[in-house]
Design a protein around this ligand. Structure first.
Ligand code: SF4
Ligand code: SF4
Length: 69
């Protein structure tokens, strides 16, 4: 099952990743990070297709994608 890993403390909450995910697998967290913004979080589940759109669009390199066998 593919999954992504988000660096929540590095995230600046621009929400670009949410706008490009075709499966709506990324949501904004309700809690602030150390930067004082609401970062995004991975919703999990099998719907992620590992397209890496979120990885490519993130201006700060906060997201990694993994393809698990
Ligand atoms: S890899 Fe693709 S499907 Fe998975 S969370 Fe990122 S944008 Fe969404
Ligand atoms: S694109 Fe990057 S910096 Fe912007 S909300 Fe997503 S993870 Fe955070």
């Amino acid at each position: 099952m593919p999954k992504i890993k988000i660096n929540r403390e590095k995230c600046k909450g621009c929400l670009l990743c949410i706008s490009v995910c075709p499966k709506q697998m990324i949501k904004q967290d309700s809690a602030l990070n150390k930067r004082g913004v609401k970062p995004v979080k991975f919703e999990g589940g099998a719907a992620c297709v590992a397209c890496a759109m979120c990885v490519v669009i993130c201006p700060d390199g906060c997201i990694e994608v993994f393809k698990e066998e």
